[in-house]
Design a protein around this ligand. Sequence first.
Ligand code: GRF
Length: 191
Amino acid sequence: MSVKKIAILFSGEGSNLENLIKKLHKKDFNDFTVEVALAITNNPNANGIKRALKFGINPIIIDHRDFKTREEFDKRVVLEINKRGCVLSVLAGFMRILTPIFTQNIKALNIHPSILPLFKGANAIKRSFQSDMKVAGVTVHTVTDELDGGEILAQECFNKEGMDFASFEEKIHKIEHEIYPKTVIDFLKTL
Ligand code: GRF
């Protein structure tokens, strides 16, 4: 049985990080085992740090404020990922704009809380909720130079009519927690 190592990058709450660790770390999928070999955060106060520690994973903190440029920050992140032999990086609420230093050297997936290509960028949950569209959803895509661009690998929508913001947000996260681990596994099978 081969081991496929992944890295998870996060900045905040870390609910996707925790869900991915729970469902994937040290789990067997037919002919390979997944190992979350690395968790990285740019935010020393990220709640996800505590969530990862519960599973014995000690995230490394690479504070973007310690770097003069985005490129220097990305170089350090790429170095840590490659040092551990991770075949895939999974962005889980990682709130940094990535440069080609990252995107051209690292195979990565991202999850975005909208039906891409709509509502790219920050505050997507709020903007999608406030729009007059009748549906909303979640997208998993490959990471490229274009923010929230890349190939769409999975997408799920729901009807948002009559929902208040709390139930809307809850629904978004529920879908995220279902589709992200599944899509990561499907993608790892192709590597
Ligand atoms: C999620 O809504 C994800 O789609 C977006 O950032 C949020 C992260 O939430 N990219 P959490 O930190 O995983 O709870």
